[in-house]
Design a binder for this molecule. Structure first.
Ligand code: KE4
Length: 428
């Protein structure tokens, strides 16, 4: 592995004060082994680590940077906004401007509210669904991640599908009990559950294109079944588009697949690299939120002018460049090229791509749910990850994440990445 002495020293210093040396667990390289590199700066498609090594970056802060690092329009807009103050705790026009941009792309979001993370968006959407329906049960899918709110860190209880059990220490059993976990793409399982407990369900929350078990698109009929079953039972359908939003299509998975949810969560891209989440949907539901209605939700820095500015400028540039649609073909070439390189080298692999997201599973396919994904050879993925890093390509440090493209990833970056992949597969 490439020596990275400065990152090593920075890691040792971080370990003394920050658990695992990181502020989010996936960054600690536990999924691939080794020491995380520390980033010094980013520009366009590239990041540079503390030792001056350059990488073509496919993590892009886990999705937000669809324009690439430090896009001049975003940096300039932030510089100007910062000079007018960073936060007021009072409404600004910027919030309405970004809300209108988001609602234009997501017509199902008749009203929306900004928060500071995807976790907050999902947590708030679920509380709102429970307040609106007066019901407690929430259905989620194994392998989907909706942030770290207590009720969502839950796995299927042993035996009965109704009793969720905590999937993290510190989550009380009572919190988990109201969360039911089913298998992604299991339409029959959804129909069966709703046949006997549908009237108890407040909401189904789903990643309409799953990106937290690796990339697993919805099978034909799956999203339609969620829409049908929730509609019939008086439950709400929540699309968690924190990752898929503005990346699988300008209007997200709901536009790509033509299924309209009752509530949507957004994040990542709409903050343009600053902390923003949002949740929104039907006006009759959203009007139950404080200060209009009985469902409380709040946030000191929600809608702050810097985050709004970065989001507005990012969406404006995306519209001018017709993103993400303009990146779909390049993403497909990259994903299919990497799959082809693996198979040409006799490495068992299954590829997936959707919009500007892609993933390579180190196992024979197909991969339609988390059980399939877990059958991947994570050690082989780790070797691939480090070998690619050594050739200047930074992929996600986990088999169960996805890669992202940006406006700054041109054909040259794709060719360089595929050239590295061919050499790495030949050497593995
Ligand atoms: P945040 O609270 O991390 O902003 O968003 C949570 C979240 C909600 N919904 C979906 C579909 C998400 O993908 C996420 C967060 N995604 C992970 C990457 N798989 C963030 C990376 C991290 O945890 O550090």
């Amino acid at each position: 592995m490439t020596a990275r002495p400065k990152s090593e020293a920075l890691y040792q210093a971080a370990l003394k004060r920050i658990p695992g040396g990181v502020n989010s667990p996936v960054r600690a390289f536990r999924g691939v082994g080794g020491t995380p590199f520390f980033v010094d700066r980013g520009k366009g498609s590239r990041i540079w680590d503390a030792d001056g090594n350059a990488y073509i970056d496919y993590v892009l802060s886990w999705g937000p940077l669809i324009l690439g690092h430090a896009h001049p329009r975003v940096v300039e807009a932030l510089r100007e906004a910062a000079g007018r103050g960073t936060s007021y705790g009072a409404p600004t026009e910027l919030e309405t401007t970004l809300a209108e941009l988001a609602a234009e792309a997501y017509p199902s979001m008749e009203m929306l509210r900004f928060v500071n993370s995807g976790t907050e968006a999902a947590m708030s959407a679920i509380r709102l669904a429970r307040g609106f329906t007066g019901r407690d049960a929430v259905v989620k899918f194994e392998g989907c991640y909706h942030g770290h709110a207590d009720g969502l860190l839950v796995k299927a209880g042993s035996g009965s599908a109704t009793l969720g059990v905590p999937d993290s220490a510190g989550v009380p059993g009572d919190c988990a009990r109201n969360t039911v976990t089913l298998h992604y793409n299991d339409t029959a399982g959804v129909e069966d559950l709703f046949s006997w407990m549908g009237e108890k369900v407040a909401a189904v929350i789903v990643e309409p294109v799953a990106g937290n078990m690796g990339l697993v698109p919805p099978r034909p009929g799956f999203l339609e079944a969620l829409r049908r079953e929730t509609g019939r039972a008086g439950a709400l359908l929540i699309f968690d588009e924190v990752m898929s939003g503005f990346r699988v299509a300008w209007g997200g998975a709901q536009a790509r697949y033509g299924v309209r949810p009752d509530l949507t969560t957004l994040g990542k891209v709409i903050g343009g690299g600053l902390p923003v989440g949002a949740f929104g949907g039907r006006r009759d539901i959203m009007e139950r939120l404080a200060p209009l209605g009985p469902v409380y939700q709040a946030g000191t820095l929600s809608g702050n002018p810097l985050a709004m500015t970065a989001g507005i400028e990012t969406l404006r540039v995306m519209k001018e460049e017709n993103l993400p649609e303009a990146l779909e073909g390049r993403t497909a070439r990259l994903a299919e090229g990497m799959l082809g390189a693996a198979r040409a080298a006799g490495v068992p692999a299954w590829g997936a791509h959707c919009g500007t997201m892609f993933c390579l599973f180190f196992r024979e396919g197909p991969v339609y749910n988390f059980a399939d994904a877990k059958g991947s050879d994570t050690k082989a993925y780790g070797r691939f990850f480090h070998a690619m890093l050594g050739r200047g390509v930074a992929l996600a440090p986990s088999q169960f994440e996805v890669g992202f493209l940006s406006w700054a990833h041109q054909d040259a970056e794709v060719e360089a990445t595929l050239d590295a992949a061919r050499k790495v597969f030949a050497s593995l």
